[in-house]
Write a protein that binds this ligand. Structure first.
Ligand code: ATR
Length: 282
């Protein structure tokens, strides 16, 4: 019996998940296929329901379905419920359980790829959308020292900061241009971009979310955008000598966590990295 998994998204042309998930199944000799299921919003409910039968292990969920998919599931894990987004569905008999492995992927990349230990650190987080929420909850679980949430629309940053103040004591909101953001960046240990600014073919291609002058040379700058590999933000960060981390590790680690939930086996992380890089290059 060939098991099945796949990814729901719309559009899906850019997804490299099929390449690295299939490589992991093949490497471990698991008889499974991983498919790209391009699903428009009006067909999501029907598509998710089809996971309840047959040989499905579960699925990944990406833009724009991470919030809407929740109404089609039986249970949402507590972390995913707090973040308000599901990126992984696990089938347990006929039950569908929603997980969020983005927070895990975000933190594992910091620790394993950048050798950055978040506990006690001062963090500036750019963005207030779904990716920012996953990063903020992941950082809160690691007991960071302080969090500044900076966003184009200040009101969205204020709302997320208020919510995160239930998880940590030192959290505040900022606009992207303010002088106070410059002073927060000056003492930051970690600056993270969770917006799509700088993404290849995106509406803000070629742009950096913050001014280069804001970036100190002694911090880590982490951009969750993975294409291009070196975004305008990371380019800017390298000039004063800051350490940089791109978005590919987060993508691979969130996928590895999903793989482990479906199969119960440790994910072959190096195999997944190699396949992801190859897929991205082509
Ligand atoms: P995701 O779920 O991928 O995080 P999202 O929920 O649409 O996507 O959130 C996008 C985030 O990127 C928001 O913080 C958004 O800022 P606003 O709250 O002001 O909308 C930010 N963002 C997207 N494009 C941007 C741009 N061109 N300039 C500045 N911020 C941008």
């Amino acid at each position: 019996m060939t098991l099945r998994a796949g990814i729901f998204g719309y559009p899906l042309g850019h997804s490299i998940s099929p390449a690295f998930q299939q490589a992991a199944f093949d490497h471990l000799g698991i008889d499974a296929i991983y498919e790209a299921w391009e699903t428009p919003p009006e067909k999501l409910g029907h598509a998710v329901a089809s996971l309840r039968s047959g040989d499905f292990m579960g699925a990944n969920v990406t833009v724009p379905h991470k919030q809407a998919v929740q109404q089609h599931l039986d249970t949402i894990e507590p972390l995913a419920a707090s973040i308000g987004a599901v990126n992984t569905i696990v089938r347990d008999d006929s039950q569908l359980v929603g997980h969020n492995t983005d927070a895990y992927g975000f933190i594992q990349s910091l620790k394993r790829e950048a050798k950055f230990e978040p506990t006690g650190k001062r963090v500036v987080l750019i963005g207030s959308g779904g990716a920012a929420r996953a990063a903020a909850y992941g950082l809160a679980q690691e007991d960071i020292g302080s969090l500044v949430i900076a966003n184009r629309t200040l009101g969205n940053a204020v709302m997320l900061a208020e919510e995160m103040s239930n998880q940590m004591t030192d959290v505040r909101a900022s606009s992207l241009e303010s002088e106070s953001l410059e002073s927060h960046c000056a003492v930051a240990d970690l600056i993270v971009n969770t917006t799509s600014i700088g993404m290849l073919h995106g509406p803000a291609e070629g742009q950096s979310p913050i001014l280069e002058e804001f970036i100190p040379g002694d911090c880590l700058v982490y951009d969750i955008v993975y294409n291009p590999e070196v975004t305008p933000l990371l380019k800017a960060a390298r000039r004063p000598g800051a350490q940089t981390l791109g978005g590919l590790p987060m993508l691979v680690y969130q996928g590895a966590a999903a793989f482990e939930l479906w199969t119960g086996q440790p994910a072959p992380i190096e195999i997944m990295f190699t396949a992801a890089k190859k897929a991205l290059e082509s």
